[in-house]
Design a binder for this molecule. Structure first.
Ligand code: ADP
Length: 220
């Protein structure tokens, strides 16, 4: 699903953000990228989204060879990738339903199709009955689940989770870790979870990629 071969990224400022990175994430993996701030995790994510190009080396994502991907194909690549951010990025004054349906409405899908998709993901994240609640009335963990529902309703091949549990308290984080594991099993898609929290990576992992100073130290 994601492969990097001898990838180096040097920013215009001369910073070597990634150095000879070789990485393979298979279809259906739950892969963790863990490392301290400045390790190169965000740079790795930007490569996957083709927000930046490698200075040298090759990047493959979901069958696309990104080095050769034409600009007009970038939206198609990004549609296969769902995101969950640390700060959720929901619209607080809107209902749970409208937050999740937002992208589907933009695509002008028929109302009954949108309804069915939203109900399905609400079931996956265990929020049935919350459709009409406004997001600002939900707990942090519930908001996080809405953010996940919004990402998976578009049926991505890859779900990128960038420190998704960072804003939650300890107990909620533990609960969400278990729920994410279950969702991963249920959905069968590739999860790439970026965190600086080693414990989180160790609790939930199938595969851990340890990064430091722009290099992959270990994969296992
Ligand atoms: P992480 O996500 O693990 O904190 P980053 O990928 O953001 O690490 O950063 C890796 C290194 O690249 C850091 O030294 C950072 O300062 C540098 N860096 C990140 N983005 C840029 C940029 N746009 N321009 C110059 N240097 C950058």
């Amino acid at each position: 699903m994601v492969e990097m071969k001898d990838v180096c990224v040097t920013y215009a400022t001369g910073v070597d953000a990634l150095h000879n990175v070789n990485l393979k994430i298979n279809d259906g993996d739950f892969a963790f990228v863990v490392g301290p701030s400045g390790a190169g995790k965000s740079t790795l994510i930007k490569l996957i989204l083709k927000e930046i190009d490698p200075t040298s080396g090759s990047v493959y994502v979901n069958g696309y060879h990104l080095n050769r991907l034409r600009r007009r194909k970038i939206p198609a690549l990004r549609r296969t990738i769902g995101f969950v951010f640390q700060d959720f990025r929901l619209i607080p004054s809107m209902t749970v339903y409208d937050n999740i349906a937002f992208g589907l409405k933009l695509k002008k899908l028929p109302k009954d199709v949108i309804d069915e998709k939203v109900r399905h993901v609400l079931d996956v994240v265990d929020l049935e009955g919350f459709e009409r609640r406004r997001v600002h009335t939900l707990s942090g963990g519930q908001q996080q689940r809405v953010a996940i529902a919004r990402a998976i309703v578009n049926e991505p091949e890859i779900l990128l989770l960038d420190e998704p549990l960072g804003a939650l308290d300890y107990k909620m984080r533990k609960e969400m870790q278990l729920e994410l594991k279950l969702m991963h099993e249920q959905l069968g898609i590739t999860f790439i979870f970026v965190t600086h929290d080693q414990e989180e990576a160790l609790t939930m992992s199938d595969k851990i990629v340890v990064m430091s100073n722009g290099e992959i130290q270990q994969v296992g």
